[in-house]
Design a protein around this ligand. Structure first.
Ligand SMILES: Nc1ncnc2c1ncn2[C@@H]1O[C@H](COP(=O)(O)OP(=O)(O)OP(=O)(O)O)[C@@H](O)[C@H]1O
Ligand SMILES: [Mg+2]
Length: 220
């Protein structure tokens, strides 16, 4: 599904802030991988690169058997829209849109007709236990409800690859457990999942865990 080959990412801050330094990782189709690492170690940066939202400073990225470095932004966003569901650490919900409209948005960009968008958003929201909040706007939601809305939005396109940045970070342990079960179910359906977590208990249940250390990725 994804191959990171000697990926380096340097942000143009001061003399340059190198966050990823020769990072290598292969994630096979259908794998479920947890990413662990301290705050500021580059986990979100790496997930954004894996999900074609950001480009590495150097190194090669193979995505779904395609070398993607040479693709332009439009090609990248088409590939991303078709294959990737993103759950952002800070949700990225559109404040003016209702919960249902937020979840419909990726389908809108794919040109799915309105009636189908409604129906698929309704299903995705039911999956995350948000059926009773479809008409709310994000500011009227609790943190956990925003998180679940963001997850429904990631699922609504039925992506082959789900990238989740601390999806349980804002939830109590019971709701967090529900989200983990939801991700487990998606994995059982054959989807590839990469999840960042700070929670060692959750990480311990995952089939594979990778740690970021000094800008590099280490198994285990
Ligand atoms: N766009 C940016 N420009 C400059 N520096 C950035 C940018 N994005 C992130 N950084 C810096 O890069 C480092 C890694 O950030 P990143 O968000 O990847 O960390 P993280 O491992 O996800 O941390 P956390 O667990 O707190 O979410 C941080 O020190 C951050 O300040
Ligand atoms: Mg982060």
């Amino acid at each position: 599904m994804i191959q990171l080959e000697h990926i380096t990412k340097t942000y143009p801050v001061g003399d340059g802030l190198t966050v990823l330094n020769d990072a290598c990782l292969t994630v096979d189709d259908g794998e479920y991988v947890g990413i662990l690492g301290p705050s500021g170690s580059g986990k979100s940066t790496m997930l954004h690169i894996m999900g074609l939202l950001d480009r590495p400073t150097s190194g090669r990225l193979i995505f779904n058997n395609r070398e993607v470095n040479a693709l332009d932004d439009r090609e990248l966003s088409m590939l991303r829209g078709r294959l990737v569901g993103f759950v952002f650490q800070s949700f990225h919900l559109v404040p003016q849109l209702s919960v249902s409209e937020n979840v419909e948005l990726p389908l809108f960009y794919q040109g799915v007709p309105r009636s189908q968008r409604r129906e698929r958003a309704r299903k995705a929201l039911a999956q995350v236990g948000m059926s009773s909040r479809m008409r709310h706007v994000p500011s009227q939601l609790s943190g956990g409800e925003r998180q679940r809305t963001a997850i429904a939005r990631a699922l609504v396109t039925e992506p082959a690859l789900v990238l989740a940045d601390e999806p349980t970070g804002n939830l109590d342990s019971r709701t967090g457990g529900d989200i983990v079960e939801l991700l487990n179910a998606l994995h059982a359906e054959g989807r590839t999942i990469v999840m960042i977590t700070h929670d060692r208990e959750i990480a311990a249940t995952l089939p594979r865990v990778v740690q970021i250390r000094d800008g590099k990725l280490e198994e285990g």
